[in-house]
Ligand binder design. Structure first.
Ligand code: FAD
Length: 440
């Protein structure tokens, strides 16, 4: 549980700097094995980039919106059992040439045929007709069954280059894969490693997109609530580190046997010069409310035509009604890369949303804008999917910059760091069933 007071002993077996998902995941794996842990968080709240603000009864995420049920560590991290999930409808809606089309639902070759027959009489969308849709559905089904080693054995390029040489129909690439990968990777240029892109697409094909009920902050809140009382301390900023001690702005020095840096990549490199600082992707999230829902279903809507700044948007109150007061509507939209100037942002986004949803947006009200130029670390090739988390005995680093730049990557890096510590301490992990080498 949270506490702002430090124990008088000023000592813990392990000090973890940062109460984001990576630090909290590490804390859970360590405390489950009987190790005493102190998690020090500089901010007044836990969760790092998985923050949810409360504004006029709305619950507004700052980031971390597209999760998939196939993220293995979401189910394996002790403390996250029973998390309530709110699903998007299967596949995605893609906006192209003035209309929205459903695509990307996953199926087998047999179900693909059934889909093809069912869709045969439907108007041919610019993304491809019924047969293209059925082929895509079957291809996603095959991808879902492809083992990790086979995906990682493919040549590594940028995701954009890989799409150009895979022999897929241009309408499938431009009408589905490109806009979907852009949203999943937060990378409008698709400069991400093709291996990371394949893993992201496979995660989509294996599961369903969802959000945690109540907002992104639900995940770190659940983790913190189930840690032993006093484990997490907020408003404690670490200013300096050595293997057996950290200096804090507010509470002087705290001794420890092992130290885990679970801050973002930039702070980790400031505290431990020599750690690499990656490039980052910039993400801007806008939350609007409208008099009526512009779309009834809980769908993720992607723009294939890139006619404006918004890459993806959803009526979040349809996905998760608890995010808006009773009877109110919440629409959340994402702009990737450099956003339009602040003075024009809302107007430009609203004009784009009017086209995407096919409805006037003049009477929509802007609730909040969150812009973070360093939202997620870039995963440009060559990308090491398993950056070491053990720097030397007693000193460890975790976070999404050691893995995939996702919630899964953050949770898994925390698990890897905890297992490395337990090995060094000669302590048996409480959760040995989880395969530590798995890539998701
Ligand atoms: C806008 C946005 C959209 C995203 N979209 C998605 C998505 O769709 N799907 C997905 O899977 N992921 C998404 N992510 C990424 C996901 O949120 C992150 O990968 C994950 O939350 C990172 O967790 P972390 O623990 O590694 O780092 P963080 O959450 O950054 O945690 C680091 C913590 O360390 C603390 N800290 C820093 N310095 C100090 C210090 N000196 N002393 C003490 N504490 C310190 C920070 O306050 C912070 O709480 C998105 C992120 C953003 C910002």
């Amino acid at each position: 549980m949270l506490s702002t007071a430090l124990s008088t002993a000023h000592h813990a077996d392990v000090v973890i700097i940062g109460a984001g998902l990576a630090g909290l995941s590490a804390a859970h794996h360590l405390t489950s094995a009987g190790v005493t842990v102190s998690v020090l968080e500089a901010a007044p709240h836990i969760g790092g980039r998985m923050a949810t603000d409360q504004v006029d009864g709305f619950r507004l995420d700052r980031g971390g919106r597209l999760l998939t049920t196939s993220y293995p560590d979401l189910l394996r991290t002790p403390g996250l059992e029973g998390v309530a999930v709110r699903m998007f409808s299967p596949g995605v809606l893609v906006h192209s040439e003035g209309r929205n089309y459903r695509t990307g639902a996953v199926g087998s070759a047999r179900s693909a045929l059934t889909v093809a027959r069912a869709l045969a009489s439907a108007p041919r969308p610019p993304l491809g007709g019924a047969v293209d849709q059925a082929r895509l559905s079957a291809a996603l089904g095959r991808l879902a069954a492809t083992p990790t080693a086979r995906l990682l054995g493919r040549p590594e390029r940028t995701a954009g280059e890989a799409l150009a040489v895979r022999g897929l129909p241009a309408r499938t690439v431009n009408g589905f894969i490109r806009p979907l990968l852009t949203a999943l990777l937060c990378d409008p240029e698709l400069r991400t490693s093709s291996r990371c892109a394949d893993l992201a697409l496979r995660a989509f094909a294996r599961g369903r997109l969802f959000v945690p009920a109540g907002g992104s902050a639900t995940l770190p809140d659940m983790l913190a609530r189930t840690l032993p009382e006093g484990t997490v301390r907020t408003d404690v900023c670490v200013t300096d580190t050595s293997i057996n001690c950290v200096s804090t702005k507010e509470h002087g020095e705290i001794a420890c046997r092992s130290l885990v840096l679970a801050t973002g990549a930039r702070t980790a490199a400031e505290l431990l010069p020599g750690l690499r600082v990656p490039d980052f992707h910039s993400v801007t999230v806008l939350h609007h409310t409208a008099p009526a829902p512009p779309l009834a279903e809980p769908a993720l809507l992607l723009d294939a035509d890139r006619e404006g700044p918004v890459t993806h948007t959803a009526v979040m109150s349809a996905v998760d009604p608890s995010r808006a007061p009773q009877g109110r509507v919440l629409i959340s939209s994402t702009v990737l890369g450099t956003p339009p100037p602040a003075a024009e942002l809302d107007r430009t986004v609203r004009a784009h949303l009017a086209r995407l949803y096919g409805t006037p947006t003049d009477d929509w009200e802007l609730l909040a804008v969150h812009h973070d130029p360093e939202s997620v670390p870039a995963m440009n090739p060559p990308h090491d999917l398993r950056r070491p988390v053990r720097l030397l005995s007693g000193l460890y680093v975790c976070g999404d910059h050691r893995d995939m730049n996702t919630v899964q990557g953050a949770l898994f890096s925390g698990r890897r760091a905890a297992h490395a510590i337990l090995r060094d301490l000669g302590v048996r992990p409480a959760y040995e069933t989880a395969p530590i080498a798995a890539v998701a």
